[in-house]
Design a protein around this ligand. Structure first.
Ligand code: FES
Length: 127
């Protein structure tokens, strides 16, 4: 069902865990299956320096979270906002059609984390 790259990211997920000093955090859930993904990013000079995730979910959700944290490293925030679930699934060499919805979690969490970062910046500027 899953290709080798998906299995590798599922069995050896990269960048798992909390990030104490995150600049932005995005958490999303899939209301249908109940899976939850929390993504934290560190931003420097307008680029994502580091990303870490915690996923309570299926193998596809874990693999897409893992590959996303590698994909976005070094991206500008503008580039990262353009990341779609298809790009995430593509970075894994594809997902079975019935599991494509699982890749939405990673892309959505990334956008939320960037929005959270931007919101924090605005609040800091307002102080
Ligand atoms: S089955 Fe819930 S995200 Fe995959």
């Amino acid at each position: 069902m899953y290709n080798e790259k998906v299995m590798d990211h599922f069995c050896n997920p990269r960048n798992v865990g909390e990030m104490e000093d995150a600049d932005g955090v995005g958490q999303v859930g899939n209301p249908v299956c109940g899976d939850v993904l929390r993504l934290a990013i560190k931003v420097k000079d307008g680029r994502i320096e580091e990303a870490r995730f915690m996923t309570f979910g299926c193998g596809a959700a874990i693999a897409t979270s893992s590959v996303l944290t590698e994909m976005v490293k070094g991206m500008s925030l503008e580039e990262a906002m353009e990341v779609t679930n298809r790009m995430v699934a593509g970075a894994l060499g594809g997902l079975p059609p019935v599991k494509m919805h699982c890749s939405n979690l990673a892309a959505d969490a990334l956008q939320k984390a960037i929005e959270d970062y931007k919101g924090r910046l605005l609040r800091q500027e307002a102080v």
